[in-house]
Design a binder for this molecule. Structure first.
Ligand code: ACO
Length: 321
């Protein structure tokens, strides 16, 4: 009998503080609400409080997902956290989350694939469950991008937000995750990166996100088109078989291009970008959780998740929810 990883529960957490485009413009950044909205689809984003961390926000999302799945933390076999803003370089944020959940012994580790981190983590969880190496896996994406951007750089500071999303996966005889697909191409590493201050040999690299936005944009649109084709072909499905698209929320124009590729009206695309901006690895589980909780995504439906980001690393997951 085949084993699948079924999504048993989802959760999300957004910090209380909201920062609008207008507030960014009012703070002296040379930009406007109209420009940001038109070029990105973002109106506002959430900003973590000083005492919040990737593990504290991840815990909020994880507790919700565990409650929805009706699974106790001590029943988890594996915890995977995707983050680019770990509480500490080591131990992993997953270990710190494990401590917060009050459980011991199960394996816990982080995955670093920037904005594609959640899809990467989901893919690893899927392989573990299919191979029989784990029965119940907690997958979390948690990010504090507000601490990674230069708040005077209008090319990046307008894009990002903070938040956490989670899924609990469990082994099941019925699908489940139908397939996952992950890729990367390190040739593009210099187009979008976050320097590590401990390696600042000349002391000149600021630990802020560095991005050549329009170059990233072009590759993202093409690559996401290809991953849609790859995912449909692998499952012998066509565009009409997809009920919902839950994309990484980087830019409304990138998302719209993927929807066009799927011949999918924007009403079938789960969008959080306007209110949350780009929450990197948290954006897919946050969007998925929102659409499950408001009743849009129903059990039995087919949902395509896709992401693209620094690396470049990209990927997709096809889910029968
Ligand atoms: N407000 C006003 N003007 C701006 C702003 C701003 N916030 N930012 C840039 N501009 C200006 C530029 O200076 C430029 O002016 P110029 O023509 O006088 O030189 C003009 O607007 C056009 O700039 P572009 O960079 O070409 O603008 P573009 O339409 O490409 O939008 C953006 C920029 C929003 C960054 C877009 O390129 C984008 O979304 N890129 C992809 C980001 C992405 O997907 N990242 C991957 C995920 S993130 C991760 O992995 C961590």
């Amino acid at each position: 009998m085949s084993l699948y990883a079924r999504i048993a529960g989802t959760g999300g957490y957004l910090p209380e503080k909201v920062l609008t485009n207008q507030q960014i413009a009012d703070s002296g950044v040379d930009t406007s609400d109209e420009w940001i909205m038109e070029r990105t689809g973002i109106r506002q984003r959430c900003i973590a409080a000083e005492d919040e961390t990737a593990s504290s926000m991840g815990e909020q999302a994880a507790q919700q997902a565990l409650a929805a799945a009706n699974i106790a933390p001590e029943d988890l076999d594996l915890i995977i956290v995707a983050t680019s803003a770990p509480d500490r370089i080591f131990p992993s944020t997953a270990c710190l989350l494990q401590q917060r959940l009050g459980v011991r012994r199960c394996a816990a580790f982080d995955v670093q694939a920037a904005c594609s981190g959640f899809v990467y983590a989901l893919s690893i969880a899927d392989q573990y469950i299919r191979a029989g190496g784990a029965q119940r896996v907690l997958v979390v994406g948690s990010e504090i991008n507000s601490r990674l951007v230069d708040w005077t750089d209008r090319g990046t500071c307008i894009l990002f937000g903070d938040g956490a999303g989670a899924m609990v996966l469990e082994a099941s005889s019925a699908p489940g995750l139908l397939s996952t697909h992950i890729h990367s191409d390190g040739q593009f590493a210099d187009l979008l990166y976050l320097p590590n201050p401990i390696n600042g040999k000349n002391g000149c690299e600021l630990p802020h996100i560095q991005m050549q936005g329009n170059e990233v944009f072009k590759v993202a649109v093409n690559t996401l088109g290809q991953i849609v084709d790859e995912t449909l072909a692998a499952n012998n499905l066509d565009q009409a078989d997809i009920d919902w698209l839950v994309p990484h929320q980087a830019n409304i124009r990138i998302i719209a291009a993927t929807a066009r590729k799927l011949k999918m009206p924007m009403e079938r695309v789960v969008l959080t970008i306007e209110k949350q901006g780009n929450t990197s690895s948290a954006s897919i589980p946050l969007a998925f959780n929102e659409a499950v909780r408001d009743g849009r995504i129903q059990r039995g439906q087919t949902v395509l998740l896709e992401a693209f980001g620094s690396g470049f690393a990209w990927g997709s997951a096809l889910v029968r929810y």
